[in-house]
Ligand binder design. Structure first.
Ligand code: C5P
Length: 216
């Protein structure tokens, strides 16, 4: 079974998807990390961000591999490196490029072949796995999402003010929603789960119940 979890930045998708996958004995795919890894490759190769074709060419020939919870770029484990602020600030160049998206969509479908999987991103239930048996749209209020991001950044030793995070988040939400290819949309058949005021365990309980109800 394929379970898709889509939603805006900071809704808690990664933590919840990982925990849900573990409970179900499914594999977990973090597609945001793939866009981030392409952006990191762009930084490493010093592509000119004003010439999107450079990033597209790089992306389509890149040695990018996903193995369990880890992501490898040219053989190097970049799972932690892709979460830096520097990478976050340029990931839109990868996410907005139709050719990069087409390429990553193919990689994502290839990972899903013949395995049960919880996959998370922005377009998993709409574009990548429209036939998925269970689709979830996970969201939270802007303030709640920004507070979570602030906590994450603090833990990484990259503190930011809430105002700055809210401003960045608003820009990313807008870009996600208005992108011409693979925009953030709730699939018509997705169940929306608002996580404000819920603990992580409560969210995972709810999702697990939902997935199990679709198994019968
Ligand atoms: O979820 P995360 O913040 O790691 O995603 C990084 C960026 O990749 C997001 O800002 C989003 O624009 C993009 N993304 C995407 N499609 C996906 C997953 C992430 O465009 N399936």
């Amino acid at each position: 079974m394929i379970v898709t979890i889509d939603g805006p930045a900071g809704a808690g998708k990664s933590t919840v998807a990982r925990s849900l996958a573990r409970r179900l004995g499914y594999s977990h795919l973090d597609t945001g990390a793939m866009y981030r890894a392409v952006a990191l490759a762009g930084l490493q190769s010093k592509v000119d961000w004003n010439r999107p074709e450079q990033l597209a060419e790089l992306a389509t020939t890149l040695d990018l591999r996903v193995s369990g919870e880890r992501i490898y770029l040219r053989g190097e484990d970049v799972t932690d490196a892709v979460r830096s602020q520097e990478v976050t600030s340029v990931t839109r160049h990868a996410a907005n490029h139709p050719q990069v998206r087409d390429h990553l969509v193919l990689l994502q479908r290839a990972v899903a072949t013949e395995q049960n999987m919880v996959t998370e991103g922005r377009d998993q239930g709409t574009v990548v796995f429209p036939q998925a048996e269970c689709k979830i749209f996970l969201t939270a209020s802007a303030e709640e999402r920004a507070r979570r991001r602030q906590r994450d950044l603090q833990q990484r030793g990259e503190p930011e003010t809430l105002e700055q995070i809210l401003a960045d988040q608003e820009r990313r939400d807008h870009e996600d929603a208005t992108r011409e290819v693979g925009p953030l949309l709730r699939a018509e058949d997705a169940v929306e789960v608002l996580t404000d005021g819920l603990t992580q365990d409560q969210v995972v309980d709810r999702l697990e119940e939902l997935v199990r109800s679709r198994m019968t």
